[in-house]
Design a protein around this ligand. Structure first.
Ligand code: SF4
Ligand code: SF4
Length: 305
């Protein structure tokens, strides 16, 4: 049976704001964008390859509003679930929010994901997010708010704001990569949980495909998650590379914690890492990766209870 395939689709890295924590942008690189024709052709190719979900993600997809409605419409025609991730710059008033949400709904969008954080809200009024959410409710479009937080008390008032408005939100941890690499993350002790990761792939505007849609595209030492470029390989080939890689499989099933323990990290060290930091420790080091690649072919897969 074919596996279910979902992908984060980076139509462009261009954004109209500059969040201090952004993992998607790199200040040293000028924004990239694929052509609309190319994006349409890729979606056409994805449909028969069993891609069932596409998330149009960072930069800010709705800068290219007309293009997005065309791409979403195509997803709808092909039976692909579509999501747009947005910073809500377009929702300055309830009326403007309605204009955008009704057009997206008519195009067949499945879900809108609204970003909210103390970094986003330096540039975008909180009310924009409320307008966007209310408009989704009004038009029957599924939505949720992605509340990015470092879990410090600095974010308490923002969380309370969302609660007071009775909006659907989910806290998401800051990923300390990209612009957030320079942050000084508060020390944490996590539970000794497996740290498995779903690993949805990411397609960049330059047609590079990565096995991870979050920090993994930034593992520059090893390029561990880089699968290949769509100019050189077919969609199906690149998905298969992800699905057949033993270490990726172990990240999804065994989890990073057991892999780290196998590698020799002490338990009291492992609990000091957030998930993506632990992932970087293991796989963005040539030495660790060599060890794990050798082990993947032998006894790592049997390192279970
Ligand atoms: S986090 Fe999102 S909204 Fe903020 S700069 Fe990055 S892409 Fe733009
Ligand atoms: S844990 Fe690794 S694979 Fe998962 S999102 Fe973080 S960097 Fe990507």
């Amino acid at each position: 049976m074919n596996p279910v395939r979902q992908i984060a689709f980076g139509y462009s890295t261009k954004c109209n704001i500059r969040c201090g924590h952004c993992v998607a942008s790199d200040a040293s690189i000028s924004p990239k964008k694929m052509t609309l024709d190319r994006a349409m052709a890729i979606i056409e190719q994805m449909a028969p390859c069993n891609v069932t979900g596409i998330s149009f993600t960072a930069g800010e997809p709705l800068i290219f509003f007309e293009d997005m409605t065309r791409l979403v419409k195509l997803c709808n025609e092909k039976g692909i679930y579509s999501r747009v991730v947005t910073n809500c710059f377009w929702a300055k008033t309830p009326e403007l929010a309605d204009d955008t949400v009704s057009a997206l709904t008519r195009s067949g969008l499945s879900q809108l994901r609204l970003s909210f954080s103390r970094w986003h809200q330096k540039h975008i009024r909180c009310e924009n997010v409320v307008n966007a959410a209310r408009s989704c409710q009004k038009h029957g479009l599924d939505y949720f708010i992605s509340f990015v937080t470092d879990f410090s008390s600095q974010d308490d008032s923002r969380e309370q704001f969302l609660r007071d408005k009775h909006l659907k939100f989910f806290p998401e941890p800051v990923i300390y990569l990209g612009r957030a690499q320079g942050f000084n993350p508060p020390k944490i002790l996590t539970d000794y949980h497996p740290n498995t990761c779903n690993m949805n792939p990411y397609l960049s505007p330059e047609l590079d495909m990565f096995a991870c849609c979050d920090g993994g595209a930034q593992f520059k030492e090893t390029d561990f998650f880089f699968l290949g470029n769509l100019r050189d390989y077919g969609i199906d080939d690149l998905f298969r590379r992800k699905e057949n890689n033993v270490l990726f499989h172990l990240i999804r099933t065994m989890g990073l914690t057991n892999i780290a323990s196998y590698l020799g990290l002490k338990a009291n060290e492992i609990v000091q890492y957030r998930k993506c930091e632990l992932c970087e420790k293991l796989f963005n080091s040539r030495e660790n990766l060599n060890t794990l690649e050798k082990a993947a072919a032998s006894d790592l897969s049997n390192w279970n209870r």
